[in-house]
Design a protein around this ligand. Structure first.
Ligand code: GTP
Length: 597
């Protein structure tokens, strides 16, 4: 296909604003899928999606469209993940296309997630076509939403297309707008091959499948290729496009988007953003801006039943095979035994992986407090990247610490603004901006990531009754007065409960932790001190009193069966004590104790 007849685009939208429904309509109306196949087709993609879980990054489809000018065009849609955790993948897919449809639900309006993705699209120099969806609904208000798009995003929305992805109204107009308003790709067919590695995943039949966008040159079946970042070489077994099912073709030229397979063993060998070139007469320079996605949130995952450790290792290795952004290494904890220290792109990513281990592999897990990476500058001039508070060196050897900060954007209806500002304040946030658009406020905050990774989303949702939307970008590291707080139960430090806190908040957090633990740990036959400490200094303390020796004393001798039951219970309790030999901390304590409310 000549470059002038190709259009590559993505769809930017907030969750539930209708991205998938619109994509299905575009495919259906161009007969890319015959009507009778539509149902089966979509089911297929959904199965793959389910199988691939959240790691699914790009859903791609090639659409043939005969425009009003009588010419035949090839439209390539790359779907992008909506969630903030996958910002790097979003930015990669955006660099692979020239324009975006900006889909906004005309009954709702612009949300924080829409904003974050729009900025990515603008960064990638996209031409944007605003699409107002769900106009079939009575609550639809296109004028208000178009005005909001102009106010909040600052782009011209006068040409916005009114669409109902449900009924099909406006679909042809959308396809025409793609042809008319989006630029054709550019590229040199005679230059050395430069193909962008947009995404990759594991397919049980084909092995690793790589989604590519050709920038320059031509990629043919049988070619010997080289990944410019990893240096690895492969022979191309198969080339194809998605319609949306896979269809083999012989070659891909400039501006085109398709997939290749090349006997690549694992997804880890394919770095999203890498440049693929020919082994011989390859390109000199890779495409700009390669920055692999790095885990930012870490936590310990331990099997509740230590006998399941090997099964858990199996599960983790399998999951990692298909998810290059998930990292893990073995960890041992005095309190929790053998487990893994795992790194994630964000909290959603953490939850997804944890759920999959629990559901798909049937292994019950204990999750320790999520932590971010701290930069620890030692007095001797060395620097440590601290992933686990348990590894914090002695404070007297430390010069200073830095923590990661984020820029958070929160959109919220006016009436909840006060609560949102208070929440951000409580989490050591610094207000950067506060603006209004209609009856909604947009607050921009500079926040420490460690204050957000735990239960910030949950708190935000609860104080705004679910009406706030939230997004963030990592901004960089900044020095602050941070210390490691240890928790001692019965005078023993419990490594899995230690955490990094700001010095000014340590007493408050320490007191709250001790109180929570006092509630969560059952009484024992002896008195148990619960303490929070910084270095050797205790900053908070609670005491869990001992269980009464003679539990039947308060029964006044009366009811014999009741007496019997209580004695049995006491015996069972004793047995458990002997088994553990020390204090029995229930597993839910590890996560509940850390919640701040
Ligand atoms: P995620 O996949 O969660 O990101 O959502 P999405 O943005 O892809 O939205 P999706 O297409 O799943 O649509 C969300 C809901 O809105 C679904 O229940 C759709 O049936 C519905 N919907 C989408 N478009 C329209 C429309 O034009 N009119 C009406 N009435 N409902 C729509």
């Amino acid at each position: 296909t000549p470059l002038s007849h190709i259009r590559n685009f993505s769809i930017v939208a907030h969750i539930d604003h209708g991205k998938s429904t619109l994509a299905d309509r575009l495919i259906q109306s161009t007969n890319t899928v015959a009507d009778r196949d539509m149902k089966a087709q979509l089911l297929d993609t959904m199965d793959i999606e389910r199988e691939r879980g959240i790691t699914i990054k790009a859903n791609t489809v090639r659409i043939d469209f005969r425009a009003a000018d009588g010419e035949d065009y090839v439209l390539n849609l790359i779907d992008t993940p909506g969630h903030v955790d996958f910002a790097y993948e979003v930015s990669r897919s955006m660099r692979a296309v020239e324009g975006s449809l900006l889909v906004v639900d005309s009954t709702q309006g612009v949300e924080a997630q829409t904003l974050a993705n729009v900025y990515q699209a603008i960064d990638a120099d996209h031409e944007l076509i605003p699409v107002l969806n769900k106009i079939d609904l009575p609550a639809s208000d296109c004028d208000r939403v178009a005005e909001q798009i102009e106010d909040v995003i600052g782009i011209d929305a006068s040409g916005a297309i009114a669409v109902s992805a449900k009924t099909g109204v406006g679909i042809t107009e959308t396809l025409e707008a793609i042809v008319q308003h989006l630029p054709a790709p550019t590229g040199d067919i005679d230059a050395p091959l430069k193909a962008m590695l947009v995404d990759s995943w594991y397919d049980s039949y084909l092995g690793v499948v790589v989604l590519v966008r050709i920038m320059d040159g031509v990629l043919k079946k049988g070619d010997k290729i080289r990944m410019m970042q990893t240096g690895a070489s492969y022979g191309v077994d198969r080339i194809g496009v998605f319609r949306p099912q896979m269809q083999n073709i012989d070659a891909l030229g400039p501006g085109e988007i398709g997939f290749i397979t090349a006997s690549i063993k694992q997804v880890r060998d394919t770095k999203v953003g890498d440049t693929i070139t020919h082994e011989k007469k390859g390109a000199e320079e890779p495409l700009p801006g390669f920055a692999p996605s790095q885990p930012v949130v870490f936590c310990g995952l331990f099997p509740v039943d230590s006998a399941e450790f090997e099964d858990m290792r199996d599960a983790i290795e399998k999951l990692a095979l298909n998810d290059a952004s998930f990292s893990y290494e073995m960890e041992t904890s005095a309190a929790l035994g053998f487990g893994f220290r795992c790194g994630f792109l964000g909290l959603l990513h953490l939850e997804v992986i944890r759920d999959r281990i629990e559901r798909e592999y049937d292994i019950e897990l204990i999750t320790t407090a999520p932590s971010v990476i701290y930069h620890v500058y030692m007095r001797d001039g060395t620097k440590i990247d601290l992933h686990n508070p348990a590894d914090m060196p002695d404070m007297t050897l430390v010069d200073h610490l830095e923590e990661p900060r984020i820029k958070a954007t929160i959109l919220v209806p006016d009436e909840y603004l006060g609560d949102v500002l208070k929440l951000c304040q409580d989490r050591r946030g610094i207000q950067m901006d506060l603006t209004y658009a209609g009856s909604r406020a947009m607050a921009v905050y500079d926040l420490p990531l460690n204050e957000v990774v735990f239960d910030f989303y949950d708190r935000l949702k609860s104080v705004t009754k679910g009406y706030a939307s939230f997004d963030y970008n990592l901004e960089g590291y900044r020095q602050d007065n941070l210390v490691k707080m240890s928790i001692l139960v019965n005078d023993e430090p419990v490594d899995a409960l230690s955490m990094m806190v700001h010095r000014d908040r340590a007493e408050m957090r320490g007191r709250a932790m001790c109180e929570k633990l006092k509630e969560l740990i059952p009484r024992h036959m002896f008195k148990i001190p619960i303490q929070a400490a910084i270095g050797g200094k205790v900053i908070a303390r609670e005491t869990l009193s001992a269980m009464r020796k003679d539990v039947t004393a308060k029964c006044y001798g009366g009811d014999a069966t009741r007496k019997r039951k209580l004695l049995d219970k006491q015996k069972a309790g004793k047995k458990k004590m002997r088994q553990f030999g020390k204090v029995d901390i229930p597993q839910e304590a590890f996560i509940s104790a850390l919640k701040m409310d």
